[in-house]
Design a protein. Structure first.
Length: 201
């Protein structure tokens, strides 16, 4: 009952209220990133959702598009702007995903939506992370975020799928604020983003 109906209703209501309350922050961050990223405050990217259905995730753009002399994009760390670093550390870059929740692409809580090119790399068990809607935050996020290995992230994602309940979601929701406040597990090994998943060879 909760998984199939109540969770979606709660998601919609929280996302709607959240957007209204955070609208001043949304506007200020959008303006700041507009100037920092040459008129591109938002980042759109294809991600697999429920049952591996592809959707466009919406996030604040924290990195610019600067390239080297050969025309190649600079490293993530070099392209991370000052305001982008602040937005990422405070997790404000996740705010636009409330729109994805309203659309039904995502849930407030669930496994993080990863890249489509990872789909062929998952084993049978790991594929089960797509049995639920992806979330802005999740069980893996409150248990390490980007500071843990891919194997551990997937293990935590599947645990969530198997133990999805109102009590679990409430625990994730409350602990997410604690993680954001302490700024724990945002980066992996001193990098701006986590290492890409390359499967298991």
């Amino acid at each position: 009952m909760y998984k199939n109906y109540i969770k979606r209703i709660i998601d919609f209501m929280i996302a709607l209220v959240g957007l209204l309350i955070l609208s001043p922050v949304f506007i200020v961050v959008t303006i700041g990133l507009y100037f920092a990223n040459d008129g591109k405050p938002f980042f759109f990217q294809a991600r697999p959702g429920l049952k591996e259905k592809i959707f466009k995730i919406i996030k604040f753009k924290t990195m610019n598009d600067k390239k080297d002399a050969s025309g190649n994009l600079l490293s993530d760390a070099e392209r991370l702007t000052a305001i982008g670093a602040f937005v990422r550390k405070t997790s404000l870059d996740e705010i636009p995903q409330l729109i994805n929740i309203l659309k039904g692409d995502m849930s407030l809580i669930g496994p993080r939506p990863l890249l489509p090119q990872y789909l062929p790399l998952y084993n049978t068990i790991q594929k089960r992370r797509h049995d639920v809607r992806p979330g802005i935050t999740g069980w893996a996020q409150i248990n390490g975020r980007n500071a843990i290995s891919w194997e551990k992230k997937f293990e935590l994602d599947i645990w969530y799928v198997d133990h999805l309940s109102f009590a679990t979601d409430l625990k994730v929701f409350l602990n997410t604020f604690k993680k954001v406040f302490k700024r724990e597990g945002i980066n992996q090994g001193g990098q701006a983003t986590a290492e890409p998943f390359n499967g298991y060879n």
